[in-house]
Ligand binder design. Structure first.
Ligand SMILES: N[C@@H](CCC(=O)N[C@@H](CS)C(=O)NCC(=O)O)C(=O)O
Length: 215
């Protein structure tokens, strides 16, 4: 398998955790989202992903985009260790949780949206942070409510699920934009818990081959 991705892309981070957690060997192909106007726009990459986004998984002759679709594919091909429980209601609630992040929260902080605000509406870094800080808590509020009902050691009980793979990268992005997380004790607790796990350590943005070196 080959994963086209970018070190600090939260959607890429989700997939990396699954690959490490399920111990699936893969080749890491960096797609730099900023260099030279963004490698995601190169013709060669657009053939794999016409939306010009990461991640994209290539498995032999098969190409899959959209992190949720990739994760469901990996779960079906490599069911152990499971990232979804057997119970249909819980599976649906986990997908609801993931979609809150994927459909509501993530697009708000997506690079191309922020670039548009900068280019067309002259947003500077502070204004972009204000934008993210306005919207993201609405999603985290709904997330915390779900956690009050379903969480244990992790988002849904004591087993790791897809919900954790969506939450932790979103927290990473929130921290980049200095979103105040003090009102979300469960989110913070689960974030700390997950960051101890080997799969999250290995998938962490700062450890990826395309991450800038910290001096
Ligand atoms: N819903 C997609 C979103 C993918 C996405 O937006 N990826 C971002 C990085 S986190 C991206 O490639 N952005 C490129 C850009 O905005 O130009 C998924 O879950 O895979």
């Amino acid at each position: 398998m080959t994963l086209y991705n970018y070190y600090r892309s939260s959607t890429s981070y989700r997939v990396r955790v699954a690959l490490y957690y399920k111990k699936i060997a893969f080749e890491y192909k960096p797609v730099h989202l900023l260099m030279g106007g963004g490698e995601q726009y190169k013709q060669e990459y657009r053939r794999l992903n016409p939306l010009s986004e990461v991640p994209t998984l290539v498995h032999g002759k098969l190409t899959i985009a959209q992190s949720m679709a990739i994760l469901e594919y990996l779960e079906e091909l490599f069911p152990t260790p499971a990232l979804l429980p057997k119970d249909s209601y819980l599976r649906a609630k986990i997908r609801q949780f993931c979609e809150n992040i994927n459909s509501f929260m993530h697009p708000i902080n997506n690079l191309k949206i922020l670039q548009y605000l900068e280019e067309k509406h002259t947003y500077d870094q502070k204004a972009k942070e204000g934008w993210v800080q306005y919207w993201m808590p609405k999603g985290f509020g709904a997330t915390e409510k779900l956690l009050e009902e379903f969480s244990g050691r992790f988002c849904f009980g004591d087993n790791l699920t897809l919900a954790d793979l969506f939450l932790i990268p979103q927290v990473f992005t929130a921290q980049r934009f200095h979103v105040d997380l003090s009102s979300y004790p469960l989110i913070r607790k689960i974030n700390e818990e997950c960051l101890q796990l080997e799969a999250f350590v290995r998938a962490h943005p700062q450890l990826q081959i395309d991450a800038p070196k910290l001096i």
